[in-house]
Design a protein around this ligand. Structure first.
Ligand SMILES: Cc1cc2nc3c(=O)[nH]c(=O)nc-3n(C[C@H](O)[C@H](O)[C@H](O)COP(=O)(O)OP(=O)(O)OC[C@H]3O[C@@H](n4cnc5c(N)ncnc54)[C@H](O)[C@@H]3O)c2cc1C
Ligand code: SF4
Length: 331
């Protein structure tokens, strides 16, 4: 049995107390703990104090901002609550789908949106017990000095495996960060870096308090698909989020803007260049094939998660094509 290391806990009841507790050295935020606690058991992190957001009500809202025409979701909202919210489902079905595909019902009841956004990167060589890793001498992200995925590489290529992040990026979400330096807003797409060890732009002592998602301006269609071995529990081995702005509602609608975001390639979700799709008919087979080709061409896969990289890459073409076909058929 893997045991947790020894740590202190703090359970602040409001945001001010939470930020104060987070400003102390050795503090680590814990939300649902569904990512953090397994990592502690694997000795990938050894914080002195876990600061829980569980009692901070201010982080548990789902509200409409009429002025900004945006949905605001607090970082402490659980994925189960997002998946069950009718209004979120009506306006952002791809987000509801992503949230409802995470892990299992028990985990979704604990797991929060803030935790999903700040999820640590994953790799087949690091998300293992300390004993397992000692057999290969660790790696750059643990106790070693080499990368087993890119052997001559000098940085870590562990993968961002969150289900909600590619979707939120495709929907143009903004992140609200609060910390000792104050409050700042940044586009979620700019929050991630390509370094699998320091994969976010989170500042010291800073926490995510909220995500804001703009309401689509015109006719739109969004989709999320994830490939896993089993139908539940598993992290994605590939993920594709799409969001199209369309000229009209009908089957002959033309694409005016397309955002396609691929997950689980490396530490930073990959946003594709999609200018070639603009002006094409949404429901055409040619368009579906082009989407598949774009996903394949720009989706460089690595051996950082299970399954051969070449196979995963070829599946990107299949999943990309299928995703837009499903979207078009559902209209
Ligand atoms: C068996 C299993 C299967 C899983 N499958 C999936 C899956 O299919 N898809 C998927 O996306 N995830 C999966 N997960 C991972 C995890 O359950 C989710 O990503 C979940 O949303 C993490 O949220 P949490 O609240 O539990 O985060 P925690 O574990 O509490 O925290 C995760 C990280 O985020 C930081 N953090 C948390 N909240 C904030 C905040 N507000 N501001 C700043 N930093 C914060 C923590 O300090 C920590 O570093 C799985 C986990 C398990 C154990
Ligand atoms: S990508 Fe390389 S350095 Fe990063 S976790 Fe995997 S093996 Fe370690």
């Amino acid at each position: 049995m893997l045991r947790l290391p020894i740590f202190q806990t703090k359970t602040p009841t409001n945001l001010e107390e939470l930020l104060s507790a987070m400003s102390e050295s050795g503090a680590r935020l814990i939300a649902g703990g569904t990512d953090l606690l397994p990592n502690l058991k694997h000795r990938l992190d050894t914080p002195e104090t876990l600061v829980s957001i569980d009692r901070v009500e201010e982080l548990r809202h789902i509200t409409w901002d009429e002025d900004a025409r945006a949905l605001r979701i607090g970082a402490g909202v659980t994925l189960a609550d997002i998946a069950a919210d009718n209004e979120v489902g009506e306006h952002f079905p791809s987000l509801v789908k992503a949230a409802s595909l995470v892990a299992s019902p028990l985990i979704r009841n604990m797991a929060t949106l803030g935790g999903n956004i700040n999820l640590d990167t994953r790799c087949r060589y690091v998300n293992q017990s300390e004993f397992w890793r000692s057999a290969i001498g660790g790696c750059l992200k643990s106790e070693g000095d080499v990368c087993h995925v890119v052997p001559k590489g000098r940085s870590c290529a562990a993968a961002m495996s969150s289900d909600c992040v590619p979707v939120l990026i495709s929907l143009g979400a903004t992140l609200i960060q609060v910390g000792p330096q104050g409050r700042r807003e940044l586009a979620l797409v700019d929050y991630y870096s390509s370094d699998g060890i320091e994969h976010t732009q989170k500042l010291v002592g800073e926490i995510t308090t909220e995500v804001q998602i703009p309401l689509p301006a015109g006719e739109s269609a969004a989709h999320y698909s994830k490939w896993t071995v089993r139908k539940s529990i598993d992290f994605p081995l590939l993920s594709i989020a799409m969001n199209f702005t369309l000229s009209s509602q009908g089957a002959d609608a033309v694409i005016e803007e397309a955002i396609i975001c691929l997950g689980v390639l490396a530490a930073k979700p990959k946003v594709l260049r999609t200018d070639k799709l603009v002006g094409l008919r949404f429901g055409d087979e040619v368009t579906a094939s082009l989407v598949g080709e774009l996903c394949f061409k720009h989706g460089k896969t690595l051996e950082n998660v299970p399954y051969e990289a070449d196979y995963r890459r070829s599946m990107l073409r299949v999943f990309g094509r299928r995703a837009i076909r499903q979207l078009a058929d559902s209209r």
